[in-house]
Design a protein around this ligand. Structure first.
Ligand code: HEC
Ligand code: HEC
Ligand code: HEC
Length: 423
C-alpha cells in the first residue's frame, strides 16, 4: 500500500508538470487565436468557402495577380515544418522558411512591430489551434522578370523598418497599446496610408503626416483616419469610433468595401480595452490631407428645393427615383442602420472611388455577431448607366452643403470595368 502510494506520488510528480504545461500551452494557443483576429490573418489566408487558413485567395498587386499561401500546420503544403524562428521571420521580415522573399502583399512591414511574446503565441496557435489542410499553393500570375523575388531584398533594405514596437515615452498605456495595434497587427496603414512610387507605404507611424491620411486600393478609397474635420475622423467622438469598429456603422457612416472583412473578421472580435486603445490612438492623430475648407455644417435648404423640382437637375431626378426612399430628402438616412449621405466623410472625400463602387456594386456582406446586415445597399450597375451614376453622385456630393466636387461619367466607366469580376 505504502509502496503503491509512493508509486502514485512518483507518477503524479511526473504527470502534474506535464498537465500544467498542457494547460499553459492551451492558454498560449487561445491568446494566439485572439492575436490572429487582431492581425486579421483570415481575411487573406482563408478563401471564401475555403478551409480556415489554407490560402488560395487571389490578390491583385501592381505587378499581377498572386495567390495567398497555406499557413495551416500541414507539413508538405503548409507551414508545419516551420520552427518558431522561421515563423517569426516570415511574419516580421517577409522571408519564407526556404529563404525566398514574400511579396509585401503579406503585410510584414506592419507585422515587423509585433512583439516576441505575441509572435510566440501566434506560432502556438498556428501549430496547435489550426487543423492541418493539404492544399498545394498556387503559383502567381506575375510574369518573368517581375516574378523574380530577389529584388525584394533591396525593397526591404529601403522600406522595411526592422524592430518591434517600443512604447513611446510620455504617452499613456492606452495610447501605446493603440499605436501597437494600429501600426502592427491591425496593419491599418496597409490600406489607409497612401503608397509611394515603389508601392511602399509612405509612412509607417504618426511621425509621417501622410500616415493613415487615406488611399485608393482595388477600387475603394480607404478613408482618412486622421483628425481632419471633413474627410477624416475629426467630427467623430471616441464613442462613434468604437461603435463603428464593433458594429460596422454609426451616426456618420457605415462600413463597406474592403473595410467589411476587417470588421467581420477582426475589429468586432476585439475586446473593449483594445477597441478603446485603437480609438485613443486614432483620435490623437493631427489633421492631415484636408483641403482647408471650414468644418461641415448641415444645411438642407437648397437641396430640398431641387428635390421638389427635380426636372431641372439630372442628378436630383436620379436621386428622387432611385435613392430617396432610403437615404431621405434630408440626406440623413436612418443611421446607424442606413447610412447618412449628408456630411458623411466618404461623400466629402476628394476621391470618389468608394462612392462609385458602392453605387455600382452595393454592399451586403457585413456580418455582426453571426447575423448578416439586414439592410444592405443594393447595387445599381444594371439599372443606371455611367452618366446617371455620375449625375446622382455629383448631386449627392453637392447636396446638404457637402461641398465636394462633381465627377464625370468616365470615372464611373473605369470602375465599372475594373470591378466587373466582383459582380
Ligand atoms: C493582406 C493579406 C494578408 C494578411 C492580412 C496576412 N497575410 Fe500572410 N501572406 C499573404 C500573402 C499574399 C502571402 C504569400 C506571399 C508570397 O507568396 O510572396 C503570405 C504569406 C505568409 C506566410 C509565409 C508562408 C508561405 O510559405 O508563403 C506566413 C507564415 C504568413 N503569411 C502568416 C500570416 C499571419 C500569421 C498573418 C496574421 C497575423 C498573416 N499572414 C496575414 C497575405 C496576407
Ligand atoms: C483591407 C483594407 C483595409 C484595412 C486593413 C483597414 N481598413 Fe479601414 N477602411 C477601408 C476602406 C476601403 C474604408 C472605406 C469604406 C468604409 O467607410 O467602410 C475604410 C473605412 C474605415 C473607417 C471609416 C471611416 C469613415 O470616414 O467612414 C474606419 C474608422 C476605419 N476604416 C478604421 C480602420 C482601422 C482602425 C483599421 C485597422 C485595425 C482599418 N480600418 C484597416 C479599408 C481597410
Ligand atoms: C434599399 C435602400 C437603399 C437604396 C435604394 C439606396 N441605398 Fe445607399 N445605402 C443603403 C444602406 C443600407 C447603406 C449602408 C450600407 C451598409 O451598411 O452595408 C447605403 C450606403 C450608401 C453609401 C455609402 C455611405 C457610407 O459611407 O456608408 C452611398 C454613397 C450610397 N449608399 C449611395 C446611394 C445612392 C447614390 C443611391 C441611389 C442610386 C442609393 N444609395 C440607394 C441603402 C440604400
Amino acid at each position: 500500500m505504502k509502496n503503491m502510494l509512493k508509486g502514485l506520488g512518483a507518477v503524479l510528480c511526473v504527470a502534474l508538470p506535464i498537465l500544467a504545461n498542457a494547460a499553459a500551452d492551451q492558454t498560449l494557443v487561445q491568446r494566439g487565436a485572439y492575436l490572429a483576429r487582431l492581425g486579421d490573418c483570415a481575411a487573406c489566408h482563408t478563401a471564401p468557402k475555403g478551409k480556415p487558413f489554407a490560402g488560395g485567395l487571389p490578390m491583385n498587386t501592381p505587378m499581377g495577380r498572386i495567390y495567398v499561401t497555406n499557413i495551416t500546420p500541414d507539413a508538405q503544403t503548409g507551414i508545419g515544418g516551420y520552427t518558431e524562428a522561421d515563423f517569426a521571420r516570415a511574419l516580421r521580415e517577409g522571408v519564407a522558411k526556404d529563404g525566398h522573399n514574400l511579396y509585401p502583399a503579406m503585410p510584414y512591414p506592419s507585422y515587423a512591430k509585433v512583439s516576441d511574446d505575441d509572435a510566440k503565441a501566434l506560432y502556438a496557435f498556428f501549430m496547435h489551434g489550426v487543423a492541418p489542410v493539404r492544399q498545394v499553393n498556387r503559383e502567381s500570375d506575375i510574369k518573368w522578370p517581375l516574378s523574380m523575388r530577389w529584388p525584394l531584398r533591396f525593397w526591404n533594405m529601403a522600406f522595411l523598418e526592422k524592430g518591434v514596437y517600443r512604447d513611446k515615452p510620455g504617452k499613456d498605456v492606452a495610447w501605446n497599446r493603440g499605436a501597437y495595434l494600429v501600426q502592427g497587427l491591425g496593419h491599418c496603414g496597409s490600406c489607409h496610408t497612401p503608397r509611394g512610387v515603389a508601392f511602399q507605404e509612405s509612412a509607417l507611424d504618426e511621425s509621417g503626416s501622410a500616415f493613415l491620411s487615406g488611399a485608393v486600393l482595388d477600387g475603394w478609397f480607404a478613408s482618412n483616419l486622421t483628425g481632419e474635420h471633413n474627410t477624416g475622423l475629426g467630427r467623430w467622438s471616441d464613442e462613434d469610433l468604437r461603435t463603428f469598429l464593433k458594429t460596422g456603422a454609426n451616426r456618420h457612416a457605415s462600413a463597406f468595401g474592403a473595410m467589411t472583412s476587417v470588421i467581420n473578421n477582426s475589429t468586432q472580435a476585439m475586446n473593449d480595452q483594445d477597441v478603446a486603445a485603437i480609438s485613443t490612438y486614432l483620435k490623437s492623430l493631427p489633421p492631415a490631407g484636408g483641403n482647408g475648407a471650414p468644418p461641415y455644417t448641415y444645411d438642407p435648404q437648397a437641396t430640398k428645393v431641387s428635390l421638389e423640382r427635380p426636372a431641372n437637375d439630372a442628378g436630383a431626378r436620379v436621386y428622387t427615383a432611385y435613392c430617396m426612399h432610403c437615404h431621405g430628402v434630408d440626406g440623413r438616412g436612418f443611421a446607424p442602420m442606413l447610412a447618412p449621405l449628408a456630411g458623411n466623410p466618404n461623400v466629402l472625400a476628394k476621391d470618389a472611388s468608394s462612392l462609385i463602387n458602392v453605387t455600382l456594386n452595393g454592399t451586403g456582406d457585413l456580418v455582426i455577431n453571426g447575423l448578416p446586415s439586414p439592410f444592405p445597399m443594393p447595387g445599381f450597375a444594371v439599372v443606371l448607366d455611367d452618366r446617371q451614376i455620375a449625375d446622382v453622385l455629383s448631386f449627392v456630393r453637392a447636396g446638404w452643403n457637402n461641398g465636394a466636387p462633381a465627377l464625370g461619367a468616365a470615372e464611373v466607366a473605369k470602375l465599372r470595368q475594373s470591378t466587373q469580376t466582383a459582380r
